[in-house]
Design a protein around this ligand. Sequence first.
Ligand SMILES: Cc1cc2nc3c(=O)[nH]c(=O)nc-3n(C[C@H](O)[C@H](O)[C@H](O)COP(=O)(O)OP(=O)(O)OC[C@H]3O[C@@H](n4cnc5c(N)ncnc54)[C@H](O)[C@@H]3O)c2cc1C
Length: 386
Amino acid sequence: MDFELSDSQKEIRDAVATLCARFGNEYWHRCDEQGAYPEEFVRTLSEAGWLSALIPQEYGGAGLGMMEASLILEEINHSGGNAVACHAQMYTMASILKHGSAEQKQRYLPLIASGELRLQSFGITEPDAGSETPRIKTFARREGDHYVVNGQKIFTSRFQHSDMLLLLTRTTPFEQVTKKTDGMSLFLVNLKEAGEAINAVPIATMVNHGTNQVFIENLILPREALIGEEGKGFSYVLSSLNAERILVGSESVGDGHWFVEYAVKYSGERRVFNRPIGMNQGVQFPIAKAHVAVQAAGLMKLKAAALFDAGLPCGAEANMTKYLASEAAWEAAEAAMNAFGGYGFAKQYHVERKWREARLYRTAPISNNLILSFVGEHLLGMPRSY
Ligand SMILES: Cc1cc2nc3c(=O)[nH]c(=O)nc-3n(C[C@H](O)[C@H](O)[C@H](O)COP(=O)(O)OP(=O)(O)OC[C@H]3O[C@@H](n4cnc5c(N)ncnc54)[C@H](O)[C@@H]3O)c2cc1C
C-alpha cells in the first residue's frame, strides 16, 4: 500500500498549481462579482492540455488516469479557483468514449481534447422529476431517420459556454417500461444546429455557475446524434457517475485545503485580547477538526481513484468520496467563516465566495441524502427508501 504520489503525479500537481497562481483570488472574485465565465482561465487550462487528461492519446488526449485527473481539479480549487466552470469538459466525454460509435469517437474526441469543441453541458434534471431521474418527461420521438424532441430541463449548467449538450430523454414513456430505468436515451446535441428549438433561460443562483432552465420545442436530431443503443441511456449515464463522484470529491478536497490553510494563516495574524485568535481553542479546534475531515476525505479519494485506474469496482468508494469530501469542505468553510469573524462576510476576503461555492457540492451533482440512500441500500443491505 503506497500513499505517496509518484514523481510524475507531483509534477502534474505542481504544474497545475503554477498555472492557477496566475489566476488568484482577485481573478475569481471579479468573475463572481460580474457573473462572468472564467474564459481566460478555461482557455489557458485547455491549451495546457489539462482538461484532456482522461481522453486516450489515440484521440489526442493526455491519456492520464483518474488519479492525475483528480489532482488537476483538486489543485484548481485548492488555489482559490472553481473548477466547476470546466470540470464537465473532462468527464462528460466518457459517454462517447465508452458507448459512442467509432465515427462519433473519431469525430468528437480529438476536438474535445484540443479544446476546440466544448462539451460541458449535460441536461438530466427536470423540474417535475428532481432526484427521481426515471420520471423525466423530455421525449424523443422517432420519425424515420430522425428524432423529434420536446421537453424541459432545469439547472442545465454552462449551456452558453458549450458547443454540444449531452441530453437524456425518454424514448419510451415511463408507464410503458417494466424496469423504470429502461426506455431512456442519450443524445449529443449540436447547439448551433439546434438554433431556436432550444431556448435557455439563465437561473440566478447564489454561485457564479451559469445554470439554466432549458425549453426544447420540436428539436430535430439526426439518428447519428444518439449515443449507443436507444433505451439504454440511463445505464450510460450511470457508467460515468463514478468518475464524476471522484472528480467532484477532489474539488471539495481542494476547497477544504484552501479553507484550512487560509483560516490557519488568518487566525495566526489576527490579534484580539492581545494574542492571536488561533490560540483560542474555540477557534483552533474547529479548524483542526476540519483538517482531519479533509485528510480523511482525501484518503478515500486516493482509494477510489486507485481502484478506478485499476479497472476495479469503485462505486462504494466513489460515492463515499463525494460525500466525505463535500461534508469536510463544508466543515472547513464554516470553520474559516467563524475564524474570520465579520471579515468572513466581506467579499474582499474571499471566504464568503468559497463558502457559497463549497456548499453546492452537498446538493449537486447529486444530493448527499441520495448518497446515504445508496450506502444504506447497496452497501449495507438495508431496505430501499424510495
Ligand atoms: C447550481 C446547480 C447546477 C446544476 N447543474 C446541473 C447540470 O448541469 N445538469 C443537471 O442535469 N443537473 C444539474 N443540477 C441539478 C442537481 O443535480 C439537482 O439539483 C440535484 O440532483 C437535486 O435535485 P432537485 O434539486 O430536484 O432536488 P429534489 O429531488 O427536489 O430534492 C430536494 C431535497 O429532498 C431530498 N430528497 C428527495 N428525495 C429523497 C429521498 N428519497 N430520500 C432522502 N432525501 C430525499 C433531496 O436529497 C434534497 O435534499 C444543478 C443544480 C444546481 C443547484
